[in-house]
Design a protein around this ligand. Structure first.
Ligand SMILES: *Cc1c(COP(=O)(O)O)cnc(C)c1O
Length: 365
């Protein structure tokens, strides 16, 4: 019998969340962001749920090839553009659109021999200070690109650092608008948080939005809002079973470092999921789980292949009982990946991306 741990990718939830992002995006077309192997869901597994998107945005040529291999003939965008000149050959061959964020990438395009006109997304650094041309350099970059015979169409793009938080998008939007006012071309600005929270902001015109995390059913601004509040459904479930039970007396301890000490008689369930499966080791005692669909908690340290939960409130539970680490459970219950991430001091993004390769994954509706 295989080890009793299982991840499930919910095609119906992906479809639902994509529709939710689309509804929030007004008339904009929607890039489904599938970088990092579809945020850990697996591009091939997520494809069916996301094929209603207008295009796929990602980072790696390898991922772009996989999207094409699935039969997708629509737009594919490389969010960071190319890394070396020969990447452009694949862009020409596979008809990939690519972002241009620095002069080196323009130099590469200028030297690229092709009969295929390239569609590029010129990236502005409007304040996040990662990639892109500064507002004062943007027009010159646009002019240079526009003069290249290799370039067929230029779209304008920037990325928000604070769409999920109190600072918001106004300062970046103002910088973007001021520098692009009279430039032609389609605009792409909003990630999930901007799409959900800021659509309708005057001046936030997006021809293409780029939702990632929302399509996977996690709230970009948790805990201010949660996924259910945004009408999103978890697209990934991680569940495992109890493989042993330990009765504890007061003073007994659990796990490495005796990280938990019983103060009264307890029953501890040993669950077949550990940090080598992608469950964060840093999750402290009290991290939420669902035991056969009912709210429960972890106790003690997470180890490589196991974690431990308090079964005292569940006298009927024992070996074989299903424990949901995040996602959907019995009785229609859900445990948001965001709640578990918060317990680990991180965000849902990191947990879903870290699902380990050794976990068997099934696709369900
Ligand atoms: C990852 C990424 C997105 C998607 O962000 P979410 O917060 O997951 O919606 C959008 N745009 C760019 C440029 C990205 O790198």
């Amino acid at each position: 019998m295989p080890r009793p741990i299982q991840a499930t990718i919910h095609t119906g939830a992906l479809r639902h969340n994509l529709a939710r992002a689309r509804a929030a995006a007004g008339d904009a077309r929607v890039w489904a962001v599938v970088k990092a192997n579809a945020y850990g869901h697996g591009i091939e597994r997520a494809f069916d749920g996301l094929r209603g998107a207008d295009g796929f945005a990602l980072l790696d040529l390898d991922e772009a090839q996989r999207v094409r291999a699935l039969g997708w003939r629509g737009p594919v965008l490389l969010l960071e553009g190319v890394f070396e000149p020969r990447d452009l050959e694949l862009c020409s061959r596979l008809d990939l659109w690519h972002s241009v964020h620095c002069d080196d990438q323009i130099d590469m395009l200028a030297a690229h021999k092709t009969h295929v006109g390239h569609r590029v997304f010129l990236k502005m650094n409007s304040g996040m200070n990662r990639l892109g041309f500064r507002p004062q350099d943007y027009r010159a970059a646009w002019t240079r690109l526009n003069a290249l015979p290799q370039v067929e169409e230029i779209s304008l793009m920037t990325h928000f650092s604070d769409a999920d938080g109190p600072r918001g998008i106004a300062h970046q939007l103002a910088a973007f608008q001021a520098a692009t006012q009279d430039l032609p071309g389609e605009r792409s600005l909003s990630n999930s948080a901007a799409t959900l929270r800021h659509t309708g902001t005057p001046g936030l015109v997006s021809d293409w939005v780029r939702p990632g995390i929302a399509t996977y059913g996690s709230a970009p601004d948790y805990p201010e809002n949660d996924a259910a509040g945004w009408g999103l459904e978890p697209a990934m479930t991680l569940a495992a079973r109890v493989i042993a039970v330990q009765p504890l007396q007061p003073g007994d301890t659990v796990g490495y470092g005796s990280g938990f000490v019983a103060e009264q008689p307890m029953r501890i369930g040993i669950v077949a999921c550990g940090y080598a499966d992608g469950y964060p080791r840093i999750c402290p005692t009290g991290t939420p789980v669902l035991v056969d669909g009912e709210p429960g908690r972890t106790v003690g340290r997470v180890s490589m292949d196991m974690l431990t939960i308090d079964l005292t409130p569940f006298p009927q539970a024992g070996p074989g009982t299903e424990v949901t680490l995040w996602g959907r459970a019995a009785r229609g219950r859900c445990l948001s990946i965001d709640a578990v991430a918060r317990s680990a001091g991180t965000v849902g993004y990191e947990l879903m991306c870290a699902l380990a390769a050794r976990v068997p994954v099934q696709v369900a509706d």
